[in-house]
Ligand binder design. Sequence first.
Ligand SMILES: Nc1ncnc2c1ncn2[C@@H]1O[C@H](COP(=O)(O)OP(=O)(O)OP(=O)(O)O)[C@@H](O)[C@H]1O
Ligand SMILES: [Mg+2]
Length: 327
Amino acid sequence: MRADILKLLLHSHADGDESSFRKAALQLAAAESTSGHVRVAEEIRAIIAKMPATSTRKTEPVVDIATPRGELADLLEGGHRDERLRDIVLRSDVRELLLRVISENRSRGRLERFGVSPRRRLLFHGAPGCGKTLAAAVLAGEMGLPLMTVRFDALFSRFLGATAIQLRAIFAEMPRRPGVYLFDEFDSVAKARGDSQDVGEMNRVVTAFLQLVDADVSGSILVAATNHVELLDRAVFRRFDVIVPFDTPTREQLVDLLKLRLGTIGLGERDAERLAGNAEGWSFADVVRACDDAVRSMALDDREEISDRDVVAALEELKRRKLPARS
Ligand SMILES: Nc1ncnc2c1ncn2[C@@H]1O[C@H](COP(=O)(O)OP(=O)(O)OP(=O)(O)O)[C@@H](O)[C@H]1O
Ligand SMILES: [Mg+2]
């Protein structure tokens, strides 16, 4: 394991990639710490702390001002969002809840005058393709904040010791850069905790996450999204102010989705109601994909209006390609 880190250190130095170099050095510290060499780990971290913070990447990409640079660039993806509440089909109580969270955060000052703060730690859970990531983008879009997606896969490096450090760096960013922070595929915390051979280290990561959540007074919105809510500890649950379910679509929601996607190009209410029957059992994401296919057929035929047949054919194609989410 140590040899891998050393190779990474040398490679990143050779490439002049300071961000990777720092990361490798942090991993080295973590590996030392795991092996019980706490003093060596401390010394390495002290050296890293003295390294200049500026990134000297050779090819700096063109970035949105919301895009983090340097060490965080690999962990956080940021950007302003155009999605709005009108772009998402939601259960009415869930829509109310999100609207309420948005208003609370808009009226933060007023709430704080009375000693309460807006609810801003949200847990989104539910089946794949049912709008968790989209809803986070909608929150960001409605509040005029960037959506900062924390890449959990990147965070859980092979070297777990580095994970807690990276988490800390992300939380340190939250007060500096107000935004909606989406911890996507959040269950990887819990899953990794169960699977990992190094359970002690993983527990430290989870504990670090919970402490960081508790200590966070940034005012940024924190959204954790998961398909596997059952894997999460009670201790994790308690940290969230609002738990939001994202279910597979009901027949009514399928009608709304078809109208949302195809209403402006000629799909009427009746057609939508009939077609919804053909779409039952699929996720929102599947149906959106079929709608896009239908629009492609229409455009290729040089028509300006969608027909029933386009949608039926696209849904049939979807059925051929994969099994429904609910069977
Ligand atoms: N409730 C919804 N209303 C409208 N469109 C939706 C909805 N849910 C999903 N979609 C469409 O499907 C796409 C994928 O959905 P999204 O990424 O939000 O799913 P998810 O719940 O985050 O899934 P996963 O668990 O796989 O991450 C969206 O970009 C959108 O086009
Ligand atoms: Mg998602």
